[in-house]
Design a protein around this ligand. Structure first.
Ligand SMILES: Cc1ncc(COP(=O)(O)O)c(C=O)c1O
Length: 422
């Protein structure tokens, strides 16, 4: 909160900024360092672009020597533009087109194929263009679901990867494609206990041993263990640290850190989520029997998951006076209502907060991952100003959108329509 108070004192939030996000880049640096320390300086800490695609944040991570995990063609372009060398980008997506594969592979980006048909496409491209693909295969370890179904991808059924049950076909694919040299696994995002993460990675590790036995020692060169380290959204949550995760993996998979593999991690939430807070001015306060509601300027546009699935995505909140001092006094239960036109638009429900008044600032914590990244255009609201803090200085990472910016979004590349009907 001290950082936020200083940002407010420094005038980084203007009168027009009904909402804002404050991103702590120092904290991001130390969280990345924790991942590198746990998984080894030789590993590639590929940060999931989907968690936070803000170009200055990506450029900052590239400058720190991280890699990038891209899940779409534009995410590849964002990563390249931010300065990640192609050799430090991995491309994951269940829907890669031939053209996207061609671009990625000719640039030297590592591709994790999602299925056998994609492997065949990669093989055809390799023949047609005469390159050796850097490619792995995503395997669903079928280790089980985490607490949140929608972000769990290692159940018996998943739309991602080749199920472990197709083990023989996986081994046959390695025998067939001599360039196939990697395995990729991702178990889920938030809500996966350490045991589940380790069981999923462990199953694919065992598979790597089988591939090596069938196809020759050292055949699986790259082992990509995905993301999924959870963060604390509530007081009392005690999520695993990178160090604990790596130690548990080392127990289960003795060779994982021996230098046998080029190791890749793809964390997103762990790195980004605790690095940002969002603030919004309280525009109105409504009191009805049994309900106190503060109407704010962020809703399901920024908090898509929180509004549609509130039980799984809580956020701690605080209340500040209009000049940024922490509000104290007796607390009560408040709903924070967003500005969008549907009745589920509550980024935070049942928060215990001191009495709120118009002009106060409510602060929503841990918003650095999968919030702005999932911005929805419903009701055409403006993305707020994004402020960065680095070594005691503040800068604007992304300026608040103007109404014209939003109009340009809807227009795309078409010229503005002429008014006046037929
Ligand atoms: C393939 C893959 N890798 C990495 C991640 C990042 O997960 P997290 O942000 O939980 O670390 C995801 C998230 O959905 C993913 O799908």
């Amino acid at each position: 909160m001290e950082l936020l108070r200083r940002a407010l004192d420094a005038g980084m939030v203007r009168e027009a900024d009904t909402a804002f996000v404050l991103y702590d880049l120092d904290r991001l640096e130390s969280r990345l360092a924790a991942v590198v320390a746990a998984f080894g300086a030789e590993s590639l800490a590929a940060v999931a672009v989907k968690a936070n695609p803000l170009p200055p944040v990506l450029a900052f991570l590239a400058g720190l020597g991280a890699g990038a995990e891209a899940a779409s063609l534009p995410e590849i372009h964002l990563a390249l533009e931010a300065g990640f060398p192609p050799g430090r980008i991995v491309f994951d997506s269940p829907a890669k087109t031939v053209e996207e594969l061609r671009l990625a592979l000719t640039l030297g980006i590592r591709v994790n194929a999602d299925n056998f048909d994609e492997l065949a496409r990669i093989g055809d491209l390799a023949v047609a263009h005469g390159f050796r693909p850097r490619a792995g295969l995503r395997v669903n370890p079928q280790a089980g679901l985490g607490r949140i179904r929608a972000t769990s991808v290692a159940g018996r059924y998943s739309k991602f990867g080749v199920p472990m049950a197709e083990r023989e076909a996986i081994l046959a694919a390695f025998a067939r494609y001599p360039w196939l040299d990697g395995l990729h696994v991702h178990i889920g995002s938030q809500g996966c206990p350490l045991d589940l993460l380790v069981a999923g990675v462990g199953a694919v590790y065992d598979l790597a041993g089988e591939v090596d036995r069938r196809c020759g020692e050292g055949r699986v060169r790259c082992f990509d263990l995905g993301g999924g380290l959870p963060v604390a959204y509530r007081d009392g949550d005690a999520p695993s640290t990178p160090r604990a995760y790596a130690a548990a993996l080392a127990d289960r998979c003795p060779d994982l850190f021996s230098g046998r593999f080029e190791l890749v991690t793809e964390f997103g939430r762990f790195l980004h989520a605790p690095c940002a807070v969002a603030g919004s001015r309280v525009e109105y306060v409504k009191r009805q029997p049994g309900h106190r509601t503060a109407v704010i300027h962020l809703g399901a546009d920024m908090f898509v998951r929180e509004c549609y699935n509130p039980r799984n995505w809580p956020h701690r909140t605080r209340a500040l006076t209009p000049d940024g001092r922490e509000k104290t006094g007796r607390t009560a239960v408040w709903h924070l209502a967003g500005p969008l036109c549907f009745s589920g638009d509550f980024p935070v429900r049942r928060a215990r907060l001191p009495d709120l008044a118009p002009g106060d600032i409510v602060v929503i914590e841990d918003v650095g991952a999968y919030t702005l990244a999932m911005w929805s255009r419903y009701n055409s609201r403006q993305i707020p100003r994004i402020i960065g803090a680095r070594q005691g200085r503040f800068s604007v990472l992304r300026e608040r959108e103007t109404p014209q910016d939003v109009m340009r979004f809807w227009l795309g590349t078409c010229p503005p329509p002429q008014g006046g009907g037929s």
